[in-house]
Design a binder for this molecule. Structure first.
Ligand SMILES: CC(C)(COP(=O)(O)OP(=O)(O)OC[C@H]1O[C@@H](n2cnc3c(N)ncnc32)[C@H](O)[C@@H]1OP(=O)(O)O)[C@@H](O)C(=O)NCCC(=O)NCCS
Length: 193
């Protein structure tokens, strides 16, 4: 189901037949440089089922991101709700995070920013969120650049060890960025709605 359309992108819910393209995307070491690693086909299928359930429960998910002109699956951009009782409990839950993962040939085209701006608008308005957070490992400059271009601010006291990883894992330490609804739209009142 299509949920959001931008100038160049379609953000939609996941289909079971997205699995092979998403598997290939995650098999690329450029994509997983700052992630725990490639996903097995079982993990890809579980990811798709999880996102479908998350959308049904919360109205948002990491949306499948299609390039409108080719209908190619370029990756995902979207919103993930974390509750206090989520299986992986973040220290600042409950919260909603914005996240992204694109196939490397689609980097540098502005798709992450374009999709993420639409997701922030969707989160703050359609879902009524008051705040959206984002996090990554300190070394992931590309991801932090997206956060900063979106106007998110680092919560320097909010750095944390990701609860899904052992504390000694090289990717354990994460930086945290935040954006409130008020800050997101304070300079752009005419874009509201
Ligand atoms: C993080 C990630 C999504 C960023 O992708 P990206 O292509 O750098 O980000 P964007 O699509 O927003 O592109 C921004 C760049 O495209 C350029 N660009 C090209 N055309 C553009 C356009 N029409 N509009 C805006 N920007 C454009 C921008 O100038 C910018 O380049 P810059 O960094 O030199 O300023 C990508 O690197 C990725 O998927 N990484 C692997 C997964 C990952 O680490 N995810 C995050 C885990 S927390």
């Amino acid at each position: 189901m299509e949920v959001i359309r931008t100038a160049r992108l379609i953000l939609r819910t996941w289909r079971a037949d997205d699995a092979p393209a998403f598997y290939r995307l995650n098999a690329d070491p450029r994509v997983t440089e700052f992630l725990p690693g490639a996903l097995t086909m079982e993990e890809v299928e579980a990811f798709i089922v999880f996102q479908q359930g998350l959308f049904a429960r919360t109205g948002g998910c990491y949306f499948a991101l299609e390039v409108e002109s080719t209908r190619e699956l370029a990756g995902f951009v979207g919103l993930k709700r974390h509750e206090l009782d989520s299986p992986v409990r973040l220290p600042f839950a409950p919260c909603s995070d914005i996240g992204w993962r694109l196939a490397a040939p689609h980097w540098g085209k502005g798709y992450a920013i374009e999709g993420a701006r639409a997701c922030l608008n969707f989160g703050f308005h359609a879902l009524g969120l008051d705040e959206i957070v984002s996090f990554t490992v300190p070394e992931n400059r590309r991801s932090r650049a997206v956060m900063e271009k979106l106007g998110m601010r680092e919560d320097t006291a909010g750095g944390f060890a990701h609860p899904a990883l052992p504390p000694t894992h090289p990717l354990s330490r994460h930086v945290l960025y935040r954006l409130t609804r008020a800050d997101a739209f304070k300079d752009r009142p005419r874009e509201v709605g």
